[in-house]
Design a protein around this ligand. Structure first.
Ligand SMILES: Nc1c(NC[C@H](O)[C@H](O)[C@H](O)CO)[nH]c(=O)[nH]c1=O
Ligand SMILES: CC(=O)[C@@H](O)COP(=O)(O)O
Length: 164
């Protein structure tokens, strides 16, 4: 896979034991297993804890983060960061563009407007083959990448003094 590297220097870990929410879309079930495997392995390795919420498709992921933020504001469970996992594979219609673009747009809006740490592990590929290369922990490990990106954002939030 072109451009694959561990990007090791880009990742840092938070000082605190972070607790994250993984939201996984299972529209493509087997690929979802692979992404989740990578993400949970990365969080385990960093001694982070996590809950997992499952949704039907990637378009539902940002809404779940919004629900969790509402819950936190009401005294519910606190999450230091979020990991979004899903796979969008191009079909015959414009639906691909809607799911791929809108899921990421909403994640970016949440990230910037709510000042929250999000790792975006939603694959957007032309076909299943491309998706597998990116989802497998032993290959592209995009689930692991998204989890490490979320931990890095939590650490940067700590470093820059933002309140969680
Ligand atoms: N086609 C894909 C979808 N589509 C489903 C939507 O995400 C959503 O669940 C539906 O529109 C109901 O609101 N989702 C994916 O994650 N991947 C796809 O390839
Ligand atoms: C997200 C997609 O593109 C796909 O699942 C939908 O396929 P289609 O455009 O053929 O309806």
């Amino acid at each position: 896979m072109a451009g694959t590297s561990q990007h090791g220097k880009a990742f840092i870990r938070p000082k605190k034991n972070a607790h994250l929410l993984i939201i996984e879309a299972r529209f493509h079930d087997d690929l979802a297993d692979a992404l989740l495997d990578g993400a949970t392995s990365a969080l385990d390795e960093a001694d982070a804890t996590y809950d997992v919420v499952t949704v039907p498709g990637s378009l539902e992921i940002p809404g779940v983060i919004a629900f969790a933020l509402d819950g936190m504001a009401e005294g519910g469970k606190v999450y230091d960061g979020f990991v979004a996992l899903g796979t969008v594979i191009r079909g015959d219609t414009y639906h691909f563009d809607i799911v791929a673009n809108e899921s990421s747009r909403a994640l970016m809006d949440l990230s910037v407007q709510e000042s929250i740490a999000i790792g975006n592990g939603i694959l957007t590929t032309e076909n299943e083959e491309q998706a597998w290369v990116r989802a497998k922990k032993s290959e592209g490990d995009k689930g692991g990448f998204a989890a490490r990106a979320a931990l890095t954002m939590i650490a940067l939030k700590e470093k820059l003094g933002a309140q969680s």
